[in-house]
Design a protein around this ligand. Structure first.
Ligand SMILES: Cc1ncc(COP(=O)(O)O)c(C=O)c1O
Length: 413
């Protein structure tokens, strides 16, 4: 069975002094350039995972390399007890672009989510409603690995064995509108958190009209709407923010990270002033979050990510990918079950085991990410050209041929 082979190829390489929390591929890279990664013996791999939606602007992007060098020679770090001018600049840019009002900078996506969740409860406490603590989330979500984030997503494999579930986190079935209406009407509900396009869940997009409906319901019940755009945000879907496809469904709070630093660790929690009213002196903080080095990189990255030409390019290349993938699905209906997602956050639901398929793609020198619901995700750098996308499709075709042969051999056995 392909499943057995998947386990074999995914066996972690010996790394005796590392905690065994990652299912690592037996492959290491020495350098990257644009859409390619190179091993130390010079073998090139086409990167269609971009460090899981991180290196959107490509590896070793010259403007970002220059920004790091420039800032590294001036000032890496000062504490947040001082003003950090680039933090103020980046906050102004992010709030102008999102229509929100204030930012808190973190080092990762899960910390941006953590801030969003704390802010939400604090908002209601500041409003004299401390009983509003419940955070509504959805199955198939992923919000990171802090206790609050795993409890908000509720994925059993990330919460089991870590002691009791935290109180005040409720998961609903994705798409169960009646349960959602009932949950939002409860007097203990503080906020609802969702990814406008689920990433790890298998590239599942929330329909635009559902986001708009959710915004209305949240307004009606005084519940804060939190978007986790850590993966889908910052150009990945072809709009700067994924929720912008829905037009009038602006959040109260939004978590960003990944592409914001193109690999330099930085995240942001962006909110309306009203939502953040409880975030007063001492309510939250971070040693590294928003330090001058991170801010210099993020300012430069955001400048490129918010460029309308780049966003149009993402929409064009995404259209090409989708059309080509539909063709592949038509040629390999025994291998590909569904193509889904939005922009360059693409899910391919498979018949063979997705981990095994990732190994076959690697054999063709193509890197793709895994995902829930037996999907592989294509998360290429946003700067990938159509010619490079064609190359990715050819490599995927090779993986599909291999999958077909293996499936046939397994059914004959
Ligand atoms: C939607 C979403 N939220 C949060 C996170 C957590 O981000 P980080 O790994 O930077 O903590 C991720 C990471 O994959 C993500 O995809």
């Amino acid at each position: 069975m392909p499943h057995d082979a998947a386990v074999k190829t995914a066996t972690p390489v010996p790394a005796d002094h590392l905690m065994g929390v990652y299912n690592r591929a037996p492959l290491a890279f020495e350098r990257g350039e644009g859409v390619r990664l190179y091993t130390d013996d010079g073998q090139a791999y086409l990167d269609c995972m971009a460090g899981i939606a991180v290196t959107g602007l490509g590896h070793a992007n010259p403007r970002l390399v220059e920004a790091v060098k420039r800032q590294a020679e001036k000032l890496w770090h000062v504490s947040n007890v001082f003003r950090i001018p680039d933090q103020e600049k980046l906050a102004k840019r992010l709030t102008d672009l999102s229509g929100l009002d204030v930012c808190f900078f973190s080092n990762s996506g899960t910390e941006a989510v953590e801030c969003a969740l704390k802010l939400t409860r604090k908002h209601h406490a500041a409003n004299g409603q401390p009983e509003r603590i419940d955070i509504i989330g959805f199955d198939g979500s992923f919000h990171g690995r802090t206790y609050a984030a795993v409890n908000a997503a509720g994925n059993p494999s990330y919460v089991e064995g870590f002691g009791p579930r935290l109180p005040g986190y409720v998961q609903l079935t994705f798409g169960d509108h009646e349960a959602l209406k009932a949950a939002l009407a409860r007097p203990t509900t503080a906020g609802v958190i969702l990814e406008p396009v689920q990433g790890e869940g298998g590239a599942r997009a929330v329909p635009d009209h559902c986001l708009r409906g959710l915004r209305e319901l949240c307004d009606a019940h005084g519940v804060l709407l939190i978007y986790d755009e850590v993966q889908a945000g910052l150009g990945r879907t072809g709009k700067l923010f994924a929720h912008q496809w829905a037009g009038s469904a602006r959040p109260d709070v939004m978590a960003l990270a990944k592409a914001l630093g193109n690999g330099f660790p930085v995240g942001a929690c962006v909110a309306t002033a009203e939502a953040a009213k409880g975030m007063t002196v001492g309510a939250h903080g971070s040693t590294y979050g928003g330090n001058p080095l991170a801010m210099a990189v993020a300012l430069e990255a955001l400048d490129m990510l918010s460029d309308e030409d780049l966003l149009q390019h993402v929409r064009d290349v995404a259209g090409f990918f989708t059309q080509q993938l539909e063709g592949l699905k038509a040629r390999f209906p025994d291998v590909i079950v569904d193509i889904r997602g939005r922009g360059l956050l693409i899910g391919i639901k498979l018949t063979p085991n997705n981990r095994q398929f990732m190994a076959w793609a690697r054999d063709a020198h193509l890197l793709v990410a895994g995902g829930g619901d037996n999907c592989v995700r294509l998360l290429p750098p946003l700067v990938m050209t159509q010619a490079e996308a064609s190359e990715a499709i050819e490599k995927l075709e090779r993986a599909c041929e291999r999958a077909r042969a293996e499936l046939k051999a397994a059914s004959a056995a």
